[in-house]
Design a protein around this ligand. Sequence first.
Ligand code: FDA
Length: 308
Amino acid sequence: MGLMRAALLAGSESAWLRETAARRPAVRRAVARFMPGERVEDALGAAASLRDLGIGALLTRLGENVTDAAEADEVTRHYLDVLDRVRGLAAEISVKPTQLGLDLDRGLCETNLRALVERARATGNFVWIDMEQSRYTDATLDLCLAMRGLGAHVGVCVQAYLRRTPRDVEALIAGGAGIRLVKGAYKEPPALAFSDKRAVDEAYLVLARRLLSDEARRAGVRAVFGTHDPPLLAAIRNHAAGGGLEAKACEFHLLYGIQRAEQERLARAGHRVSVLISYGSYWFPWYMRRLAERPANVLFILKSLFRA
Ligand code: FDA
């Protein structure tokens, strides 16, 4: 793993840095590129603009590793409210299990998640479960599969960098769950994850082909590709077209503010495209992970942190 990436991912877990950085206007300005604002109304406004371009939205309130059951309940109520507010907006939600209480009690997290998925079923919507560090992978997959009866309304993110993911994908295909394939954003040991970009990209493409296979499609899997990587996007689209799939069978999710022109190009080409919009005040660890993906502006940001 590059030194810069390792330092940024370590920094993403530092409470001191989080407190210091969040107060700096320069950092707040830089963050604005990746999120329209801290309020849910900011995210809903951005979702409405995307809808005009034929692009859907995924709403996620930033937060993770909740340590208090009352907070996990509050997060759940917040998302229930969002599911009611987004009707007619082509907007889904994306939630982190540790935001719903996974660190406190798996049962509590499952109850909270089930409430969201049931509301999504009632409103014709969909809940995406984010994938966090590898210590949560088993529990997160189990949570998704526990919602199996509500399968048409729930999906989970899987990370191509994890060596275990091909096995996990088979279990999810058998369960007919929605699957969003990403490269993976956390710091993981080499025994568990590929660190070399080429290895991750190769693993991604193999998994992408599997998700577009006849078997996965017959099982009712909703396959989504969460990447901004132009060669990968092209390879996936070519593979799908070569197999005779129509454009809308190939769905892409990208992050707000990244590869905007590509987002619009994909939508114009007939693909289902959604953009993940983050909001909320707990943006620091998430923003550091975005910088780790592309450290180009890091020196500028770091200097601004330590300026008097
Ligand atoms: P890669 O990092 O190789 O970037 C390819 C190109 O995309 C770059 O060359 C650059 O042009 C552009 N790019 C990528 N990131 C950029 C950035 N931050 N700023 C500017 N340009 C950038 N991860 C995870 O572990 N668990 C999860 O639940 C999720 N959820 C998720 C949802 C969605 C909708 C997306 C798009 C991504 C995630 N991720 C995630 C993050 C994912 O694991 C990964 O870190 C990022 O998507 C970046 O990887 P790429 O596939 O874009 O490729």
